[in-house]
Design a protein around this ligand. Structure first.
Ligand code: ATP
Ligand code: MG
Length: 551
């Protein structure tokens, strides 16, 4: 493609709210343009990359036996009423009304639609298992759309759904698609971890997220420094409990007004929550942080509202309506210090077993860096991640609610067992940018680069440069290379800057050496190594070599 003809509106200035490298560089390089908050156009360069990611996803999904289809983005509200999500999804669900006053949702995801499609057709075990997928635009009216394509309000998702007669069959599909996702992200050149994730208190089924490693990531991953154990921070269990407190059981607890100093490592902290039916107090060591996901899972509730500090009930006052749970880490703690908000008093010599009506000890805190890894191998470390994909064993939540039933070989009726599987296509593009850039621009992995080769003619007005460039361009094209040829009449500085911004793996420069048939070649990913000169007759070998060594 001749750059003079291509629509690449690069930008010198980017909006101040472009906080992440991917957002800035995709805007500056002319890959995307913003149309409204969280809503973007994919320009020709950006769309080329999207299509490459989609192609990789298609190949890997097809290999699992899943079939591609395309469902509408506009979904009748009745389906969302049937599943019950019209009311619980909240303001993130974009809703609209047609001319007849009928309501629709712009699909945030596709469980309702796909369940309605199969409920009349997948009515016998003989047709199971079955899996379908689509690549379709999704809509979520995110509270804080940000980081460009990372958290958009309109974005591209690959969503897949599988249907089964039994759990074993679901398990098989789950791991097949799990492995397909690994292939997808490996082929994209992404550095990622597949992590155990929380499936919500009520479901309790398997789920993994694929987290691309990046500083800008909103999720924290707890991983082992010596094995491939990895989990979302809220999921990682705490194993092997710590230090004993000193024994003070003979003494009464002593109170002193106000907030007083307490010896480090000996302090208790109290948190309070309300569920739909009860008030729960949770005790942890003050240096630990209570993990509300663990509290939810222990209680089997999906609703847990924190109680403000100044509203906390008095834990020493025994109230039947208030249950006290404690983190297992304080089981061994005695002679502790505790500032009680309820009576503005600091107590010392607190023995939780003796002084507080603790009903249960559980693992209720977040893991910390330095804790032992739950698999017994190594130590926990933290990393930041961007969720690029998720696989989820849904079970019968939607099939039950929406009456999607099948007959087994005995003629008995059951709800279909379902799995769902998502990849954020546009988010993956941004995650790649977060991992493949330097201060001058992007450095695309070769599997996704918009072009493999960027051919730059320093001064196209010079005949020998123009002629040699044309010759190289044609030779590359005829050998199947995808080439962007900068034939523009621009200053060399502008051209080199744009080339680094666009970030094709191989950069070829036709300049002063053209008269002697000499060309310069460089690798964008190894920009620090500079460019080397080679004779034009070595073109194919040189380009092949540079592509070979690129990631
Ligand atoms: P998040 O926790 O980041 O909001 P999610 O868990 O709600 O995401 P899913 O419902 O699992 O998202 O959707 C499947 C995939 O779609 C996600 O793994 C992610 O890659 C992508 N995705 C979700 N929300 C967005 C968004 N606002 N912009 C871009 N991609 C998104
Ligand atoms: Mg998710």
């Amino acid at each position: 493609m001749r750059q003079s003809k291509m629509f690449i509106p690069t930008l010198k200035e980017v909006p101040a709210d472009a906080e992440s490298a991917s957002h800035r560089l995709l805007l500056r390089g002319g890959f995307i343009r913003q149309n409204a908050a969280g809503i973007y156009s994919y320009l020709p360069l950006g769309y080329k990359i999207i299509k490459k990611i989609e192609q990789i996803i298609r190949e890997e999904m097809d290999r699992t036996g899943a079939q591609e289809l395309l469902m509408p983005a506009m979904q009748p509200a009745e389906l969302w009423h049937e599943s019950g999500r019209w009311d619980v999804y909240g303001p993130e669900l974009m809703r609209l009304k047609d001319r007849h006053g009928r309501f629709f949702a712009l699909g945030a995801t596709g469980e309702e639609l796909v369940t309605s499609l199969v409920r009349d057709t997948l009515n016998t075990y003989k047709k199971l298992p079955m899996a379908v997928y689509q690549i379709q635009t999704k809509y979520r009216d995110e509270k804080r759309p940000r980081f460009g394509l990372l958290r958009g309000r309109e974005f591209i998702m690959k969503d897949a759904y599988s249907f089964h007669a039994d759990e074993e069959s679901l398990d098989e599909a789950y791991w097949k698609i799990f492995n397909a996702y690994k292939h997808v992200f490996d082929r994209c050149g992404l550095k990622y971890r597949a992590v155990l994730a929380d499936s919500g208190a009520m479901g309790g089924k398997d789920t993994h997220e694929f987290q691309a490693l990046a500083e800008i990531g909103e999720d924290t991953i707890a991983y082992s420094d010596q094995s491939d154990y990895a989990a979302n921070l809220e999921m990682a269990p705490v194993v092997g409990q710590s230090v004993e407190g000193s024994r003070h059981t003979a003494q009464e607890r002593i109170g002193q007004r106000g907030r007083q100093p307490v010896p480090a490592g000996q302090e208790l902290a109290l948190y309070g929550f309300k569920t739909r039916t009860e008030t729960i107090l949770v005790l942890v060591r003050a240096e630990d942080e209570v993990n509300d996901v663990k509290v939810k899972n222990v209680l089997g509730t999906d609703l847990l509202e924190p109680i403000e500090n100044d509203q906390l009930p008095d834990p020493f006052y025994h109230d039947d309506k208030v249950r006290i749970l404690a983190d297992q880490g304080i089981r061994t703690l005695t002679g502790a210090g505790f500032y009680n908000q309820a009576d503005d008093t600091t107590y010392i010599n607190v023995d939780p077993e003796r002084d507080l009506q603790i009903t249960h000890y559980h693992d209720l805190r977040f893991v910390k860096e330095g804790d032992p890894s739950p698999d017994g191998k190594g130590t926990i470390r933290f990393a930041k991640g961007i969720e690029v994909g998720q696989v989820f064993k849904l079970g019968t939540k939607y099939s039950e609610a929406m009456g999607a039933l099948f007959l087994d070989d005995q003629g008995k009726s059951h709800p279909l067992i379902m799995g769902c599987y998502g990849i954020g296509v546009s988010r993956t593009l941004s995650a790649i940018c977060e991992q493949y850039h330097d201060e001058n621009g992007l450095m695309w992995p070769k599997a996704l680069a918009p072009f493999q080769v960027h051919l730059i003619t320093v001064n196209p007005k010079k005949q020998e440069q123009a002629q040699l460039s044309e010759k190289l361009y044609q030779e590359l094209l005829s050998h199947g290379f995808d080439v962007l040829w900068d034939d523009r009449k621009e200053r060399p500085g502008v051209k080199f800057a744009d080339s680094d911004l666009i970030g094709c793996p191989v950069q070829l420069v036709v300049g002063k050496g053209a008269g002697q048939d000499l060309v310069e070649a460089g690798s964008r990913q190894n920009a620090s190594e500079g460019r080397t000169e080679f004779p034009a007759s070595e073109l194919l070998r040189t380009v092949d070599q540079l592509l070979e060594t690129a990631k």
